[in-house]
Design a protein around this ligand. Sequence first.
Ligand code: 1CP
Length: 355
Amino acid sequence: ATAGDRRSVLPSSRPASTFLDACRRRPVAHTPVWFMRQAGRSLPEYREARGGIPMMEACATPDLIVEITMQPVRRYTVDAAIFFSDIVVPLKAIGVDVDIKPGVGPVIADPIRDAAGVDRLRLLEPDDVPYVTEAVSTLTGELAGIPLIGFAGGPFTLASYLIEGGPSKNHERTKAMMYGEPDLWARLLDRLADIAIAYLKVQVEAGARAIQLFDSWVGGVAPADYRTSVLPHSSKIFSALESYDVPRIHFGVGTGELLGLMGEVGADVVGVDWRVPLDEAVGRVEAGKALQGNLDPAILLAPWDVVAERAREVLAQGRTAEGHVFNLGHGVLPATDPGVLARLTDLVHEESIAR
Ligand code: 1CP
């Protein structure tokens, strides 16, 4: 299909949105805001909806996906919703034995350490994730104009879970393959890029109006190695999404030294964690990019006055960017009081000057 064919399958009604405008570096009446991990562990209604249902099962149940995605939108005046799923869902869908263990995260039964392991990763077809198509379609209606952000895991981060077999602090085996077996590494990342592309296309074709690539753990890679060993694969993902005309956000933790490269891959919006002030990040990213971020999620556990002061600082620094989407520097922590997130959302709207 040509790009034109694909666009014609997108929903025809696409209401205006401050979030999409800021991503596009257009003038907005107020700074838009959403929170990474706004759905999930910090909400009592999330814990209730999940009940005893295992995470991977929840991620394959359309009614539950819709309900959990909607929960933060009901509570907060956020300007975007993030699809409730996980970065390992497409891996499970192509037959990888992966589970999300409570209090741990993704655990892979048979980690990938050789060529045979890489070859076992098959491509993702839309039919592998019918529950994603169904949930996104339903959400597009329920959200009444609030954009839904689709997402996928970045190639380094997914490779890390597959190679290490689970969460990892130093990503030692992962980097050993990156440095020591560059051909095998490139094959693995190319395959993961293709899977991410297919997974993102499913979400966009069903109605997601922006996408975010979470390469959460790539911050431990030096810029020169990022350029040779990760960038080509992330670029492939961003290029493949270009014709859909949805803003593409790129985020990782501790990526201060990589911000320029993470924009260069073709992102429209570069996510910044709390370590680099946004007015400093502006100088690290090429012109023509919006920024997203970057209040330290831990600040939300401090008294409200501190939260408000730090949020105003982020807003002021964000004004130096061509476009600013307010967010945290990483996901909402489980201990966060939802009432603080509600107040913060309102503060961002009320105190951001029209631009
Ligand atoms: O039982 C539970 O509630 C498990 C907790 C949980 C939740 C709520 C996990 C396990 N994943 C999720 C949902 C999820 N994961 C969302 C949708 C919710 C939202 O954002 O509002 C998203 C976007 C993700 C993406 C994700 N999963 C990332 C990238 C974002 C980030 O935080 O950096 C990563 C790295 C994962 C892996 C993962 N899944 C779950 C955990 C605890 C982890 C991290 C494990 C580790 O430390 O390596």
